[in-house]
Design a protein around this ligand. Structure first.
Ligand code: PHE
Length: 343
């Protein structure tokens, strides 16, 4: 009898099932109603008392071995994964961390958001599909403004005027959403993708990324705007960076300006990159137009503020020297892998 049990133990040890079906047959053979173990336990009753101890221990050993073997072989089948080509996937293999990295646009976006977070700007986001009110009307765009034209805007629904639904053309729409549901003081940055109906070339694309900034409180002046942007330029491009503001126009800011930074390649002396001007254009900005505040039910006599909007692709190009905008959305690993671990 003992040799018989020892033979079973050897057999269990060598058991290598090829399918779950075989595991089930093994289970029935040993643990089934008319299985080997039941037989042996029946037999146990007839064993003389002085042999019971040794025989009992052997029987228990056999039972445990059977159970463990069933559990382990079953688990191995249940955990076996394969990819679409039928190759086994080993979940225990260490991850190859060099396989991916954050997209350069989002590396730069996060760096910019961090810089503003350090001076108290919170991050908020709005929808990419936007209504006429948030993208245009509340931002003081007159009804016939050219930006509302089909040539510039991708309309999702064109119902003529205030019922239109479009892909947002700028992140300024998020200013309105923020001001509609938050009481001043407001200090926030809004990153996001924007869409314009432009031909895709080396220098223009039908979608790109912006970061909008908004600060609304009592007694905010143009000096606050200038100092905030100077802080950003120095943090991002380096301590020696200078800025200049040129008068410009946006329907939602008054006065409006465009900001240049001293060319980071020649330090402002003039080179081919800055077209020998010493300056590179970076963003649009201005003091929030009182009409816009009133549209959001913010008292424009009590509160004032500034806003700015920058293009993330543009800044990424300046930082990494990428000449062709299309590279950012083509997902070419030869391009993307160059930005591994850059920030
Ligand atoms: N929304 C403007 C654009 O897309 C940028 C801007 C934002 C200008 C905020 C002024 C203030 O060009």
């Amino acid at each position: 009898m003992k040799t018989q049990i020892q033979n079973y133990l050897n057999e269990i040890d060598a058991f290598k099932p090829a399918s779950l079906e075989e595991v089930e047959q093994f289970r029935i053979r040993f643990l089934g109603k008319k299985g080997i173990l039941n037989d042996l336990f029946e037999h146990f009753k007839t064993v003389p008392n002085e042999e019971k101890k040794e025989f009992g221990q052997l029987l228990n050993k056999l039972k445990t071995a059977v159970q463990i073997t069933i559990d382990e072989t079953k688990l191995a089948f249940e955990c076996a994964l394969s990819d679409s080509a039928g190759n086994d996937i080993d979940l225990t293999r260490p991850v190859d961390l060099s396989a991916g990295s954050r997209h350069p646009i989002f590396q730069i976006q996060n760096e910019i958001l961090d810089i503003f977070a350090r001076i108290g700007f919170v991050v908020s986001e709005g929808p990419e599909i936007e209504d006429d009110w948030h993208n245009f009307s509340a931002l003081n765009f007159p009804p016939e403004h050219p930006a509302r034209d089909m040539q510039d805007t991708f309309f999702v629904e064109k119902n003529g005027g205030s019922d239109d639904i479009a892909l947002r053309t700028h992140t300024s729409s998020v200013q309105i959403r923020m001001m509609e549901h938050t009481k001043p003081p407001i200090r926030a940055v809004f990153p996001g993708r924007v869409y314009r109906n432009e031909t895709i070339t080396q220098r223009s694309h039908c979608f790109f990324h912006q970061i909008e900034g908004l600060y609304i409180a009592e007694n905010v002046s143009f000096v606050d705007l200038k100092e905030t942007l100077l802080y950003f330029a120095k943090e991002f491009f380096g301590e020696s960076t200078e800025i200049r503001l040129r008068p410009s126009f946006f329907p939602f800011t008054e006065p409006s300006a465009e900001m240049d930074i001293s060319c980071m390649l020649c330090g402002g002396k003039g080179c081919a990159f800055c077209k020998h001007s010493g300056w590179v254009e970076i963003l649009g900005c201005g003091m929030v137009d009182p009409n816009v505040l009133e549209n959001c039910e913010i008292d424009s006599k009590k509160y004032s503020g500034f806003a700015f909007g920058l293009g993330v692709e543009r800044i990424t190009n300046l930082k990494f020297g990428v000449k062709d905008l299309r590279m950012f959305s083509e997902n070419d690993l030869r391009f993307l892998s160059q930005f591994q671990g850059t920030l």
